[in-house]
Design a protein around this ligand. Structure first.
Ligand code: NAD
Ligand code: TYD
Length: 351
């Protein structure tokens, strides 16, 4: 696309959002990118140091549930499109503080839809892209995959809040003709992920010689996707996705948590130049997460067939790059874990 458009990206200071912002700022110099983020514990402008001076980039601090603020923002920038990633994103936190998830993920999403609807008197050429998760589909047994037709069955406050937001986005399509597109993606990993999620938490704990908490029997399964493959999918869906449609995104890369942690331990030992098996000694099985979903696995066939996307990164290479990134960015890790930070297990599920 060579036309100049102005895109509002929400949650751009977070993990996935910062990669999306960087990609759009660099790959599309003709686009104007406005990053709206509240800078919660999960948002960090250090994630975007390399683009902060770019002429097509603006950062605005604010809350997606603040109606007056949103109206002024839309009035000022006259957005052509929204890519909505802002959210409370951690399942464990949703178990102890569900209301934060209701406020941001449900109410915030509706306020954003309303602001776009008030601003967009004509929907021609406009687009509201809602970024969501595969966790809305619930939990799988040993076999099978989530497709776009799988019934929603969310089981944590986080996934229930994301499911609600997905339904509301679709309701705005059906009711008001709002030009929406959605995607539901599996677990992401890579640089800039806050170290409360499994992979960076394990790397951080190994570095500090702390126990590596494995919930329950460790046989819970996730389908892992390199974050830049998610960004590639977001790009293609944003530009070519059919309005009103949903696309599943996944890595076709299932790992039981314990096997993944073994691989990660070995990658960290290799990086530290010490004998394989050293980090594994820190593994500690702990009390399970309440309502823990057993298995997620995505069928991304629709996205592959219709829009030509496919994942590019192998797990060993992706993990090696992730480990290298965390070791090479010790300042970032020290900064985001300063203050009140603790791995979530440390103060929630003990005992
Ligand atoms: P994250 O927690 O790293 O980042 C979320 C960002 O949203 C932070 O920068 C935070 O400051 C901002 N934010 C929170 N509340 C806000 C508010 N009220 N107003 C404005 N900004 C606010 O999350 P992430 O892992 O990058 O996930 C981004 C999106 O992708 C989320 O919508 C999430 O549901 C979805 N998703 C994540 C994954 C994953 O594996 N991480 C997988 C699939 C989908
Ligand atoms: P997480 O990264 O929180 O992502 P999600 O819950 O959204 O899938 O957790 C990934 C898996 O790892 C999940 O099955 C829970 C498990 N887990 C642990 O075993 N120990 C931990 O300390 C964490 C954070 C997660």
């Amino acid at each position: 696309m060579t036309t100049t458009i102005t895109i509002l990206i929400t949650g751009g200071a977070g993990f996935i959002g910062s990669h999306v912002v960087r990609h759009f700022v660099n790959a599309y110099p003709q686009y104007k990118i406005v990053n709206l983020d509240l800078l919660t514990y999960a948002g960090n402008l250090e994630n975007l140091k390399d683009v902060e001076g770019a002429p097509n980039y603006t950062f605005v601090k604010g809350d997606i549930s603040d109606v007056a603020f949103l109206d002024t923002l839309f009035e000022t920038h006259q957005f052509d499109a929204v890519i909505h990633l802002a959210a409370e994103s951690h399942v464990d936190r949703s178990i102890t503080d569900p209301m934060a998830f209701i406020r941001t993920n449900i109410i915030g999403t509706v306020e954003l839809l309303n602001a776009a609807r008030r601003s967009w008197t004509d929907f021609e050429g406009k687009r509201f892209y809602h970024v969501s998760t595969d966790e809305v589909y619930g939990s799988l047994g040993e076999t099978g995959y989530f497709t776009e037709e799988t019934s929603y069955d969310p089981r944590s406050p986080y996934s229930a809040s994301k499911a609600s937001s997905d339904f509301l986005v679709r309701a705005y399509w059906h009711t008001y003709g709002m030009p929406v597109v959605l995607s539901n993606c599996s677990n992401n990993y890579g640089p800039y992920q806050f170290p409360e999620k499994l992979i960076p938490l394990i790397i951080n704990n190994i570095q500090h010689d702390k126990p590596l908490p494995i919930y329950g029997d460790g046989k819970y399964t996730r389908d892992w996707l390199w974050v830049l493959d998610h960004v590639g999918a977001i790009d293609v869906i944003f530009h070519k996705g059919k309005l009103g449609e949903t696309y599943n995104i996944g890595g076709n890369n299932e790992w039981k948590n314990i096997d993944l942690v073994h691989l990660l331990c070995d990658a960290v030992d290799a990086r530290m130049g010490r004998p394989t098996g050293t980090a594994r000694q820190l593994i500690t099985f702990v009390k399970d997460r309440p309502g823990h979903d057993r298995r997620y696995a995505i069928d991304s066939g629709k996205l592959q067939r219709e829009l030509g996307w496919e994942p590019s990164m192998g797990m060993e290479e992706g993990l090696r790059r992730t480990v290298d990134w965390y070791f090479d960015h010790a300042d970032w890790l020290a900064h985001v874990t300063s203050g009140a930070y603790q791995g979530y297990y440390e103060h929630q599920y003990k005992g």
